[in-house]
Ligand binder design. Structure first.
Ligand SMILES: Cc1cc2nc3c(=O)[nH]c(=O)nc-3n(C[C@H](O)[C@H](O)[C@H](O)COP(=O)(O)O)c2cc1C
Length: 176
């Protein structure tokens, strides 16, 4: 198999849940956002809003909401910056989720390429079973009604190491 910087970044990125108390520069955040902007989207509709959060009070409120539906991870509380990815369901009713997901992953990879780490917090409530967490987080972030919250991405310098595994490739592949 081939390898190059992109393949390496894809394979080496890990979800990181604890961050050092070190700033992330505006330049780094803008580079990460730019990677989100260049994600593909259905018919190039680009239905995104990226919310950049550097406010501990807002982070605390998001923590309290996220705790209700996911394992508590201090990363959301302590990350120097959190990026929320929202996607406009009126603009792209059939593919707004995928658009938000692919932008999120682009940003996670961009962060990794800059020596930063992140993890994806999935508040998106596909069938309204997540105890209104998405709705509450949208209110905290003042997101308009037609936007859905696809992910929260705390970003910072990793303060721990993680490994994760994947199933064997051939278990995932059907070759015709
Ligand atoms: C759609 C989606 C939602 C996720 N939601 C959460 C979450 O709410 N909390 C969390 O700790 N990790 C969450 N994760 C991160 C996964 O747990 C993680 O990607 C997976 O365990 C594989 O680990 P790795 O990213 O380090 O390879 C989410 C990932 C995805 C793609």
């Amino acid at each position: 198999m081939h390898s190059n910087k992109i393949i390496e970044a894809i394979k080496e990125r890990r979800s990181i849940f604890k961050f050092k108390d070190e700033e992330v520069s505006k330049d780094s955040v803008d580079t990460i956002l730019e990677a989100g902007r260049w994600a593909p989207s259905y018919a190039n509709l680009q239905p995104w809003k990226f919310v950049v959060i550097r406010d501990k009070e807002i982070q605390d409120q998001l923590c309290k909401i996220a705790e209700k539906i996911t394992i508590f991870r201090e990363g959301l509380e302590e990350a120097p910056v959190v990026i929320a990815v929202a996607s406009n369901q009126d603009k792209d009713p059939s593919h707004f989720v995928e658009a938000g997901a692919v932008a999120t992953q682009n940003m996670a990879l961009a962060a990794h390429s800059l020596g930063l780490s992140s993890y994806w917090i999935g508040l998106f409530d596909i069938d309204k079973e997540k105890k209104s967490a998405e709705k509450e987080a949208k209110e905290v972030l003042d997101l308009p009604e037609d936007y859905r919250l696809i992910s929260l991405l705390p970003v910072g310098k990793a303060d721990h190491e993680r490994t994760s595994e994947r199933d064997e490739l051939e278990e995932m592949v059907i070759r015709k």
